[in-house]
Design a protein around this ligand. Sequence first.
Ligand code: NAD
Ligand code: IPM
Ligand code: MN
Length: 360
Amino acid sequence: MEKKIVLIPGDGIGPEIVREAKAVLAHVAEKFGHTFSFTEIDMGGCSIDRYGEPLTDENLQKAKESDAVLLGAVGGNAETSPWYKLAPSLRPEAGLLKIRKELGLFANLRPAFLYPELAAACPLKPEQLANGFDLVIVRELTGGLYFGERHTEKVNSVETAVDTLVYTEPEIRRIAIKAFEAATKRRKSLISVDKANVLDTSRLWRRVMEEVGKDYPDVKLSHMLVDNAAMQLVYNPGQFDVIVTENTFGDILSDEASMVTGSIGMLPSASLNETKLGLYEPSHGSAPDIAGQDKANPLATILSAAMLLRYSFDMETEARAVESAVAAVLRDGYRTPDIYTEGTKKVGTREMGALVRERI
Ligand code: NAD
Ligand code: IPM
Ligand code: MN
C-alpha cells in the first residue's frame, strides 16, 4: 500500500538535509519493495515569504492527511532576518508550534547515542564515558511554557512580560505512559526531571509520575532536579536510560545531550500522538551560519527518517537498515565538518547522504 510522506524542507540548511533524507527513504522503498509518495509543503520563513504566514491551513491539512511528516528546520537569524520584525505569531517558529499542536504531537522522543567511532568528537573525557552513552529524552511537546498564555504590557508604566507555565494532570499522565513504555523496552530505568523544589507544575508532575509508575513495577523510577540533571549529563552521562521531562527542560537538555554524541547534527527526533501519524525532525535548527554551503550534517535527519519508518510505518527492518548504514559510514571514517577529527575523512552533506545510501 502506498505511504504518503509530507516533506517540509523549511529554512536554512533544511532543504539540504531533507533532500538527503528523502533520497534515503526513496532508496529504502526501492530496496524493500515499498511505494512512498512525497509531497513538499512550505513552513517557516519560506512560507512567510510566499503566503505571509508561517504555515497555511491548506498546507497543515496536507500534513494531517499524510501518513508521516519529515521536517528539516525552520527559522533564520533573529538579528538580521526580516521575519523577526513580524508579530511573534507570524514568525517562522510559530509554524512549528502550530503543526505540533494541531497534530497533537505531545510526545517528543530524542534518542542520544554515542557511536564508539565518534568518541573523539565528544568533548568529554574518556573516563566520563566509561558507562557508555545511550539515552532517550521523552520531552512533553504540546504544553508548558510554550503554550501557556503570554503577553507584554505596561504595569504601572513598567514594561512587563508574562509567560505562563501550565500542566494538567491528563497531560502529565499521557507523557508518563509514553515514557514508562519506552523504559520498558530499554534498560528499565526512568529518571523524571523537574524543578519540584520551586514549581507547582513540577510537584504535580512528580505525583503523577509516581502514580503511573505503579502500573510499571519493573521500571525503576527516580526523580532529579533539572539543574542537577544538566550537571549530571556532562559529569556521568552513562547513568541515564530514559529521561522524561516537560517541554522547556526537554528542549534544553536535549541540546546538551546532543553534544555528548559529538554534535547537534547527530540527534534525531520523533514527535508522536496516539495515532500512527508522526512528525520527524532533527533536534537542531536551521543553522543559518552554514546554510547553502554543503557543510550540514544530514545524519540527524536521516536518523529521523529511520524513526519515521519505525514508528509511523512499523518497518523495523528498514529502520535498522538505515541506522546500520549510518553506523557503517562512521566506521568507514567519513565525517561532516561538525564531527570531523584528525585522521578521518571530511565530506559534505551530499556525499554523506550518498555514502549512507550505498550502505543500505
Ligand atoms: P541551530 O541548531 O540552528 O544551530 C546551532 C549551531 O549548531 C550552529 O553553529 C549550527 O551551525 C550548528 N548546527 C546545527 N545543525 C547542524 C547540522 N546539521 N550540521 C552541522 N552543524 C549544525 O540553533 P540556533 O542557531 O540557535 O537557531 C537557528 C534558527 O533555527 C533559529 O531561528 C531557531 O529558532 C531555529 N530552530 C529551529 C528548530 C526546528 O525547526 N526544529 C530547532 C532549533 C532552532
Ligand atoms: C526544537 C526547537 C523548537 C523548540 C523551536 C524552534 C520552537 O528548538 O525543536 O528543539 O523549542 O521546541
Ligand atoms: Mn531546541
